[in-house]
Design a protein around this ligand. Structure first.
Ligand SMILES: Cc1ncc(COP(=O)(O)O)c(C=O)c1O
Length: 370
C-alpha cells in the first residue's frame, strides 16, 4: 500500500508526551498505591456537587449537547461580570489554542512565546504552517523578559502566548510588565494569556486580565476546569475576549465541541465555593511543605505561583524519573522542556507530598552515590 503524503508542516510535530497514567505504572511495574504528581491535577478530585449533577445528565446522553453552552455561559458571565458574548468554551483549553491559530494564523506567519513553556502552543502554530519563535525566561527564577519579548516582535508576528503562571516554571508576568508589553505591541498582534493556573495565584501584582478585555485590548484569556476544578477528564476550558474575537473563533469551532456532561458538571463546580477554597488551601500548604522539605535535602525550587514546582536536581532527570517510578511516584522530566536536570512535580495531599520528598531524598542519594 502506498501511504498518503502527510502535510509538510506536520513532519516537525512531535506528539505530545502526557504524564504516565497510574494504572499503566502499576501494571508495568507490578506496584500498588502509585501516586501521580505529573500533570498538575487536583489531588482532591472534582467537587462532589459536580459529580452528583453529572450523574443525572447521564440519562440524557441520547441528546446532542447545547452547542452554545447557554446555561453555563450565563452562569460564568454573571460570576466574571462579562457578557455571555465575551465567552467561548472548548474541549479543554487545548482546543481553544487550535481554534486561535486556525482563525488568526496564515501559513508563514509567526507566533512568539517564552522558553520553556507549555508545548501545545507550538503544536497549534505548526498545524497552521506557522513559525514559533521563543524568548528565554531570565535568571534563576525564570522571570519574563519584557525587552526580549518586545524586541522579538516583527511584522510577521500575529500571536504572543503568555502562559502566566507559566508551565513548567510557575513564574508569572506581573501587572506592570504585562501592561508595558500591551502598550508596546504593534497593531495586529493578539496576546493569548493562558491562565490555566489562575486560581492558585497569591501575588497581589498578578492581573486578572479581565480589565484588558474590558478596555478592548487585543487579548484573549484562557482558563480551564481541568486544574483547580478537578475536571480534567471531562475536557472543558474557556476563553474570555471581545465579542469580535469570540465571533471569529466561533467560525472555526465545531458545533458540538463541548459534551453535555462537562457542561453541567462545570456549572455545578462553579457553585461549589467550599471545594474551591479547600483546593486552594491545599495548594498553599503544599507549596510550603515542599519548599521546606526540598530545602532540607539541599534543593531550591523555582518560586511558583501555581500548583507545581520546577526543580533543578543537578543530574539527569530521566534517571530520577525512573527511580521515582520504581518507588511508585510519577513526576515529569525537564528534558521535554529543554531542561534535562530539572523535574516538575505538582503538589499532592500532605501524605503524597511526604512520600514524594522521602522518595526523592533516597533516589538522589542512590544516584549521586553519597
Ligand atoms: C498552561 C496550560 N495551558 C493549558 C493546559 C490544557 O488544559 P486543558 O485541560 O483545559 O486542555 C494545560 C494543561 O496542562 C496547561 O498547563
Amino acid at each position: 500500500m502506498t501511504k498518503p503524503l502527510i502535510r509538510n508542516c506536520l513532519t516537525a510535530i512531535k506528539p505530545y508526551v502526557p504524564g504516565k497514567p497510574v494504572e499503566e505504572v502499576e501494571r508495568e511495574l507490578g506496584l500498588r498505591d502509585v501516586i501521580k504528581l505529573a500533570s498538575n491535577e487536583n489531588p482532591l478530585g472534582p467537587s462532589p456537587l459536580a459529580v452528583e449533577t453529572l450523574k443525572k445528565q447521564l440519562a440524557c446522553l441520547h441528546y446532542y449537547p447545547d452547542g452554545n453552552c447557554y446555561y453555563l455561559k450565563q452562569e460564568l458571565a454573571e460570576r466574571l461580570k462579562v457578557g455571555p458574548e465575551n465567552l467561548i468554551f472548548g474541549n479543554g483549553s487545548d482546543e481553544l489554542l487550535s481554534l486561535i491559530t486556525l482563525a488568526y494564523l496564515n501559513p508563514g506567519e509567526e507566533a512568539l512565546a517564552v522558553q520553556p513553556t507549555f508545548s501545545e502552543y507550538e503544536f497549534a502554530v505548526r498545524l497552521m504552517e506557522g513559525t514559533m519563535r521563543y524568548v528565554p525566561l531570565s535568571g534563576r527564577d525564570f522571570d519574563f523578559d519584557l525587552e526580549g519579548l518586545v524586541g522579538e516582535v516583527n511584522e510577521k508576528t500575529r500571536l504572543l502566548f503568555i502562559c502566566s503562571p507559566n508551565n513548567p516554571t510557575g513564574s508569572i508576568m506581573r501587572r506592570r510588565q504585562l501592561e508595558a508589553l500591551l502598550d508596546r505591541l504593534p497593531p495586529g498582534v493578539l496576546v493569548v494569556l493562558d491562565q490555566a493556573y489562575y486560581e492558585y495565584v497569591t501575588d497581589p501584582d498578578y492581573p486578572s486580565g479581565l480589565e484588558y478585555v474590558q478596555e478592548g485590548r487585543p487579548v484573549i484569556l484562557l482558563r480551564t476546569f481541568s486544574k483547580i476544578y478537578g475536571l480534567a477528564g471531562l475536557r472543558i476550558g474557556y476563553g474570555i475576549a471581545s465579542r469580535e474575537i469570540v465571533q471569529d473563533l466561533n467560525r472555526v469551532r465545531e458545533p458540538f465541541n463541548v459534551n453535555s456532561v462537562a457542561q453541567v458538571a462545570a456549572r455545578a463546580a462553579l457553585g461549589d465555593q467550599g471545594h474551591l477554597e479547600r483546593s486552594r488551601a491545599l495548594v498553599e500548604k503544599g507549596r510550603k511543605q515542599l519548599q521546606e522539605g526540598l530545602a532540607r535535602i539541599g534543593l531550591r525550587p523555582v518560586p511558583s505561583q501555581a500548583n507545581f514546582y520546577f526543580i533543578d536536581v543537578g543530574i539527569d532527570s530521566r534517571a530520577v524519573f525512573q527511580a521515582m517510578l520504581r518507588r511508585g511516584v510519577i513526576i515529569r522530566t525537564g528534558d521535554i522542556f529543554g531542561y534535562p536536570t530539572y523535574i516538575r512535580v505538582n503538589f499532592g495531599t500532605e501524605e503524597q507530598n511526604r512520600r514524594f520528598l522521602a522518595a526523592l531524598e533516597e533516589v538522589l542519594k542512590e544516584l549521586k552515590g553519597n
